[in-house]
Design a protein around this ligand. Structure first.
Ligand code: ADP
Ligand code: ADP
Ligand code: ZN
Length: 213
């Protein structure tokens, strides 16, 4: 099963993608996590990506597409995967479709987690992330057991630089301009499923599992 998560920054794509990955035993692939791991590791890719991420801009398609195609070519992706944060532009979606169709394959579901902009600003301020293992928390909705420490790996939790309000505003603009058109793109392909992302995360997940079966 090949699944794409769509939705604004902070809509809950990552939260849902992790639960989907676990339930269906497929890898969760987040381009944002891959970039952050590279930034942390001080790689050339990381340094390049950081310039854009700090500004709330998208990393250029050429860079992003390459790392994504390398990742989905790995062995653990044979039975499918859930993509979180990719594609984010029409050209990225076209590259993925082309690569899959060359293998006689296609994306099965594009799930749009729908949350209005007003809710997003609130959510992002409370998000805390673990840069070591990728776990995500929320100070109010999903607090860690011990403040500031990741339940899963014990690392320190951070407020991402790009989750500060000025950058969130910019990311929402970028989302509307560059990513939202993907909703129409996947609607035309007949695989778009929209879920209300404003409700409790377990209720969002229940809607998604109804869709996926
Ligand atoms: P969020 O989960 O809040 O939407 P991500 O972790 O997915 O954020 O992405 C963080 C940043 O990484 C984005 O703002 C963007 O700069 C970059 N990024 C992640 N995925 C992509 C992509 N597919 N194309 C371009 N840039 C990306
Ligand atoms: P995205 O990957 O779309 O950027 P995340 O999954 O990281 O979004 O979620 C953004 C923030 O909102 C996180 O702090 C997360 O814990 C929290 N969150 C996710 N889903 C919900 C929900 N249904 N209700 C309230 N908070 C949520
Ligand atoms: Zn962790």
């Amino acid at each position: 099963m090949k699944i794409i998560m769509l939705g604004a920054p902070g809509a809950g794509k990552g939260t849902q993608a992790k639960m989907i990955a676990e339930k269906y035993s497929i890898p969760h692939i987040s381009t944002g996590d891959i970039f952050r791991a590279n930034i942390k590791g001080g790689t050339e890719l990381g340094m390049e990506a950081k310039k854009y991420m700090d500004q709330g801009q998208l990393v250029p398609d050429e860079l992003t597409v390459k790392i994504l195609l390398d990742r989905v070519a790995k062995d653990d992706c044979k039975n499918g995967y859930v993509l979180d944060g990719f594609p984010r532009t029409i050209p990225q979606a076209e590259v993925l479709d082309k690569a899959l169709s060359e293998l006689g394959d296609a994306v099965d579901y594009a799930i749009d987690v729908d949350v209005p902009d007003e809710n997003i600003i609130n959510r992002m301020g409370g998000r805390r992330a673990c840069v070591t293992c990728g776990a995500t928390y929320h100070m109010v909705h999903v607090p860690p057991k011990q403040e500031g420490i990741c339940d899963k790996c014990g690392s320190e939790l951070i407020l991402r630089d790009d989750d500060k309000p000025e950058t969130v505003k910019k990311r929402l603009d970028v989302y509307h301009a560059q990513t939202q058109p993907l909703i129409e793109y996947y609607t035309k392909k007949g695989i778009l499923k929209s879920v209300d992302g404003t409700v409790d995360m377990m209720d969002v997940f229940a809607k998604i599992t109804d869709i996926l079966g």
